[in-house]
Design a binder for this molecule. Structure first.
Ligand code: ZN
Length: 225
């Protein structure tokens, strides 16, 4: 499901002609679910430095995502249904908001749950400067298990990439990535290269730049974060 972001940063409502067939009804259900998701995401336009080190013009205040737990629970239920086919044994969610969504998805699927924590690395000026590690008591629990990494919103995918790397070093078998929203193509390239399935409630195009080629930096626009 792809939806355009309009210039103001709001997610545009998709128009569709009504029909009677089952496929249309299914798409309509998907769109209603997407609308519910986009209503929870506070989007802003500006000039932002992302955790990955990339620059972008879209920012989502994800701290608000779980403000109404019942709404996120419905979305997690839908994501869990879409991920059931991967036959996972454990969900791993990167802290902070990704782990909150991951915990709900794990409960829906009736599987185990783990989480990863961000750590700043010495390479703080390059891309992907933040490392993700599972806490010590969880590291011995993931070996050999089919794990899905679940996040709230994936953009460059810093948290997911770091979590996959650490899960692999713990002997886990990452098989899928799930998110409420996927922005841009970055994580799909990573998933294809690492033989991982990808599932989401919604996806939308988005552009990221390495700082050296950021047009907003070139225009001398100060960072908003
Ligand atoms: Zn920039």
């Amino acid at each position: 499901m792809v939806r355009a972001l309009d210039r103001s940063g709001a997610f545009s409502r998709r128009q569709a002609l009504p029909g009677q067939n089952r496929a249309w009804l299914r798409r309509r259900e998907d769109w209603l679910m997407e609308d519910e998701l986009f209503d929870l995401l506070a989007a802003r336009r500006g000039h932002f430095r992302l955790e990955s080190g990339h620059h972008g013009d879209l920012w989502l205040d994800l701290e608000l995502l779980c403000f109404h737990p019942a709404k996120v629970k419905r979305l997690a239920h839908e994501l869990a249904e879409r991920m059931a086919k991967f036959r996972i044994e454990m969900v791993c969610g990167p802290l902070v908001e990704g782990a909150l969504v991951g915990l709900l998805v794990a409960a829906e699927l009736g599987v185990e749950f783990s989480y990863s924590e961000p750590h700043s690395s010495a390479n703080s000026s390059g891309l992907y400067p933040v490392r993700y590690r599972l806490p010590v008591p969880l590291r011995s629990k993931v070996g050999g298990k089919r794990v899905a990494i679940v996040n709230d919103v994936i953009n460059a995918g810093s948290a997911v990439r770091g979590t996959v790397l650490d899960l692999t070093s713990c002997g886990a078998n990452p098989v899928a990535i799930g998110a409420l929203l996927i922005l841009g193509d970055s994580i799909r390239s990573f998933a294809a290269a690492n033989n991982l399935n990808v599932e989401s409630i919604a996806a939308a195009p988005n552009v990221l730049w390495e700082p050296a080629v950021c047009p907003l930096c070139a225009a001398n626009r100060p960072l908003d974060n």
